[in-house]
Write a protein that binds this ligand. Sequence first.
Ligand code: TRP
Ligand code: SF4
Length: 404
Amino acid sequence: MVNTPPNARVLSGMRPTGALHLGNYHGALKNWVELQYQYECFFFIADWHALTTGYEDTKDLEENTWQMVIDWLGAGLNPSASTMFIQSRVPEHAELHLLLSMITPLGWLERVPTFKDQQEQLKEKDLATYGFLGYPLLQSADILIYRPRYVPVGEDQVAHVEITREVARRFNHIYGRESDFAEKAEKALKRLGGKNAEAYREFRRAYQESGDESALEKAAALLDGNGRLTLADRERLQGYLEGTGRMILPEPDVLLTQTPKVPGLDGRKMSKSYGNTIGLREEPDQVAKKLKAMQTDPARVRRTDPGDPAKCPVFDLHRIYSGSDTQAWAAEGCRTAGIGCIECKKPLIDAVVVEIEGVRARAREYEENRDAVVSLVNEGCEKAREAARETMQDVRSAMGLEYR
Ligand code: TRP
Ligand code: SF4
C-alpha cells in the first residue's frame, strides 16, 4: 500500500443475509481480519440496506444480524481491534442520508449500474421504491459519516464508493465555501506551529505545482495527527491543500479487495441464491461430504480419463487452499490420470475442514454466550455513534442548522 497514513480509518459494511459461506469469507471477511491490525476499523451490519430489497419479510433480520456478528468473530474479527456495530442503532446515518438527499441529483442515482441490474435480477420483487433508488446514497451516508480514509469492498461495490466521492465533493463545494476561506486557512496554519506549518506549505506546493499525490497524503497525515487544530480548522487546511474550500466530508478511497474465484459445489460462483455453498461454521462431516460430491472436470468420466485442472472448479479451490507443491501434484496427476478425483480432493478437504474448525472454535464461546455478543455490539454502537455525532455537528453547522 502506498504511504499508509498512521491511524487511518477504514469502514465497511455487510448486509445481514444469513449464515456466511466460504465465498463471503474469501471475498471480504478474511481481508477485514487483516485490515483490523493495520487501521482503525469500523465494520457494521447494514440492516437498513437489507430492507431495501427485503422489506416484505423481516422476521429473520434480527437473528441473521446476530449470526453474522458471530460469523465475524469466528472468522477472527477481534472486538478490541475492530468496532462492530449495527447501522440502525446509529440513527445519525439516516439524518445524513436525508440531508445528502437534498443535494443529490436524481440522475446520479438512476445511473448507478446496480439500480437497473438488480431490478431486473430480482423481478419477483417490486423494487420501484424510494428506498431502493436511495440505496447508494444511504451507503454514502454510512461511509461519509465516519470520514474514513479507505473503504474495502469488492468490484461490485466500486460504483457505490464512486458516487460517495461525488456526493462528498458536491457537499463540500456547496457548504464548504467561506468568503474569507484563504484568510482563515492561513490563520489555522499559524496555529499548526512553525515546523509543521512549514512542512505543510512544502507539501501543498509540491501537490499544487506538480500534482504530487504522495505530498497530498503526507500533508493530510500531518493534519490527522495534530491535536492543536479544531475540527473546522483541520477541514480548512484539508481543503486549502487542493485550493477548494473546507473539506467537511473528505472523499474516501476504495481499497479494492483482491478476491479469488470461489466456486460453489456445482461449479458456478458460490452464492446463497444458487444453493451451492459451504458454510463458514458448517459441521466438518457435512463439509467433507459436500466436497466429495463436488463437480469436477466433466471430461473426467472414468478414473482413467485424463482431466484439465483449468476446467475443474475443485482446482480453483486448490488455488486458494493448497501450497504450490500440492497444486503441482494435483495438476500433474489430473492431466496424466495419475490420481483420481477423490484422491485429488483429499488434501483440499483437510485444509477446508481445518479452516472451518478454527472458525467454529472461535465462534463457540459466542454461540453459547449471546449476552457477550450483544454487549460487544452495544459497545461498538456507542463508539460509532460518538464518531457519527461529531460529524453531524459539523455537517449541521456547515448547513446552517445549528440553532444555538
Ligand atoms: N452495499 C454493500 C453490500 O451489499 C453493503 C454496504 C452498505 C456497505 N453500506 C456500506 C459497504 C458502506 C461498504 C460501506 O455489500
Ligand atoms: Fe478436478 Fe482434481 Fe479431478 Fe482433476 S483430478 S478433475 S483437478 S478433482
